[in-house]
Design a protein around this ligand. Structure first.
Ligand code: O2Y
Ligand code: MN
Length: 592
């Protein structure tokens, strides 16, 4: 398949360690997909779904102890501990290679090792990075086929270069006690062993596109961010691109695929999806920040997705999709909590017979789908996919939105005073845990730019890198914070969310585009709109609710700021002084 000496040498070394029976080089063809599917159907690694109702779709169950990213087993292996920072688990490279090597040793005996050459970003784009993943999982090959550009064209693009991310994955025993997700940024290498699930094993996604790429971005002067990218088209046909960072469980995929509410649709507004999870951004000669989505698919959370909450996602998953850990119905279709028309019976995500309303030993209903069950679907099938979503030059970003799930504290939207203040707004981002997440309900987790689990280096240096990027931008995106989750005293959401969020995006666009005239009032935290600065046509939110949504409480902010100081202090002298200046500036403006 290749004459690339560096690649052949690395594959040989990994094969000597893992001892697979065969090595198969993937070419990315349809014939290859069908051959691998047939093999996986024969061993039940995959189940073929009803080809009339869900053409090209397959079903997969993971091991019961392997259903989510395992942050406590995820490490950054740099020579110096402080380069990984307080935001990462750290191991020395020697220890990492030795510990994972012992688990990899002979783990592929009786199995096949697949070689997947893949490109994150369009092949040949100045933004793109190439990786090669070695894996003993057909499920991984078929997911990577959806999530990345892979196969022969990528091998051709590598040529005889040694510059590619070396990504080794093995299922080994799927034992949580023998599981490690290791990143060696100094060697451009990833080793993942002992898992067969999602973010742990699709190494192009979180491991390369965020942890390794953020490290490369700092070194090379660009940004790798946990952000959706969307375009909002106004009635005149102008498209404004926004990139948004939200922690998991805040509806990033729904926002990226937003459908305008009827009154705005009638006025001529449209939303275009460029990406739902990751943005790579570079400063171009025009002084603007340009972004690409390095992925070619969506690895979305299934529960809660339905024809009302996200019709575009539902349309996307009707064909050529892999469903993981959802309910399998007798007619070989799929179902999950939150979808309409539950089946009378089926099998739950663990393979047990299941009926809606079944009660478990704890007296609670047994969910049919795992709360973190997923669909892997080609982005090209999304009805709202932007015509230019794979433009190798990317799209120009006019605004960043940061957001979290906050019952109080943060108003519906506010605009930062300038780039440095905007970086601070991103740095103090926080979200409250939902019932579906581990940890205490309502507990606040600081998650700067939604990158805490994904930044491959010390986040003190990360904030400095953002500040430095700002210095190169003559036309920087404006920076906003949004909060769709503010509640009243009874815990009821004040804002309707979903498509109605476009009203907030329109205010943002009107603020940051030339000629825009949307109003705002200055507050200690930034600029906040008045209720009549938002286009509320056809939407009835009571005036009292709007007041609460657009107001800030000095007491709430005083309380919240108590946890910012110790958080910032964890970064010690790596934390830029500018961030402390912003912290003190905010205190002063409030009069604390
Ligand atoms: O649980 C996993 O392995 C996947 S996590 C994930 C998947 C797609 C997009 N975002 C995320 C995330 O945790 O941010
Ligand atoms: Mn994500």
């Amino acid at each position: 398949m290749t004459n690339n000496t560096a690649l052949k040498k690395w594959v040989k070394e990994c094969a000597e360690m893992c001892q697979p029976d065969n090595i198969v080089w993937c070419d990315g063809s349809l014939e290859e997909k069908e051959r691998l599917e047939k093999q996986a159907f024969a061993t039940s690694e995959l189940i073929q779904l009803n080809q009339e109702k869900l053409p090209g779709c397959a079903y997969h169950r993971t091991a019961k102890n392997d259903v989510a990213r395992t942050e406590h087993l995820t490490y950054i292996c740099t020579s110096k501990k402080e380069d990984a920072g307080p935001n990462n688990n750290w191991m020395s490279p020697d220890e990492g290679y030795a510990k994972a090597g012992a688990i990899f040793k002979s783990s592929m005996k009786g199995r096949t090792m697949y070689v997947i050459p893949f490109s994150m970003g369009p092949v040949g784009s100045p933004f793109s990075k190439i990786g090669v993943e070695l894996t003993d999982s057909i499920y991984v090959v078929l997911n990577m086929r959806i999530m990345t550009s892979m196969g022969k064209k990528v091998l051709d693009a590598i040529g005889d270069s040694g510059e590619f991310t070396r990504a080794l994955h093995g299922k080994a025993e799927l034992d949580v006690n023998k599981r490690l997700i290791l990143h060696f940024p100094e060697d451009n290498t990833i080793w993942s062993v002992g898992s067969g699930y999602g973010g742990n094993v699709l190494l192009g996604k979180k491991c390369l596109s965020l942890r390794i790429a953020s490290y490369l971005g700092k070194k090379e002067g660009w940004l790798a961010e946990h952000m959706l990218i969307m375009g909002v088209e106004d009635p005149k046909g102008n498209i404004t691109y926004i990139a948004g960072a939200f922690p998991s469980a805040c509806g990033k995929t729904n926002l990226a695929m937003l459908i305008p509410p009827e009154p705005l649709k009638k006025k001529g507004y449209k939303v275009w999806t460029v990406g739902d999870d990751i943005a790579w951004m570079r400063v171009k000669k025009d002084g603007r920040l340009w972004a690409v989505n390095p992925e070619t698919g969506f690895f979305g959370v299934a529960p809660g997705t339905n024809w009302r909450t996200n019709p575009n996602a539902m349309a996307t998953v009707q064909k050529n999709t892999i469903f993981t850990n959802v309910v399998l119905t007798p007619e070989k279709t799929v179902w999950w909590e939150g979808m309409d028309n539950p089946p009378a019976e089926g099998w739950d995500w663990t393979g047990q017979p299941w009926k809606p309303g079944m009660i478990g030993p704890d007296g609670k209903p047994i969910p049919g789908a795992n709360p973190n069950s997923r669909f892997t679907a080609p982005a090209s099938q999304c009805p709202s996919i932007a015509p230019n979503w794979q433009d190798p030059e990317g799209v120009p970003i006019s605004a960043f939105i940061f957001g979290g799930r906050r019952a109080h504290v943060a108003p519906l939207v506010y605009e930062s005073f300038n780039w440095q203040h905007g970086v601070f707004v991103g740095a103090i981002m926080a979200s409250e845990r939902t019932a579906a997440q581990y940890g205490k309900l309502g507990e606040v987790r600081r998650d700067p730019m939604a990158m805490l689990p994904f930044c491959g280096y010390n986040m003190g240096d990360y904030f400095r890198h953002w500040l430095n990027i700002g210095k190169k931008l003559t036309n920087p995106p404006r920076i906003y914070n949004v909060n769709w989750f503010k509640t009243d005293d009874n815990g009821k959401f004040l804002w309707p969310g979903f498509g109605e969020n476009l009203r907030v995006l329109n205010w943002i666009i009107d603020r940051c585009c030339p000629g825009g005239a949307a109003g705002a009032r200055e507050t200690p935290i930034g600029y906040i709109p008045e209720a009549d600065d938002l286009d509320m046509s056809g939407l009835n939110v009571p005036a009292e609710a709007m007041d609460k949504l657009l107001s800030i409480s000095k007491e709430d902010w005083a309380e919240d700021m108590k946890s910012i100081e110790p958080f910032f202090k964890t970064f010690g002298d790596r934390m830029p002084k500018a961030m402390w200046d912003e912290y003190n500036g905010l205190k002063k403006r409030f009069g604390f």
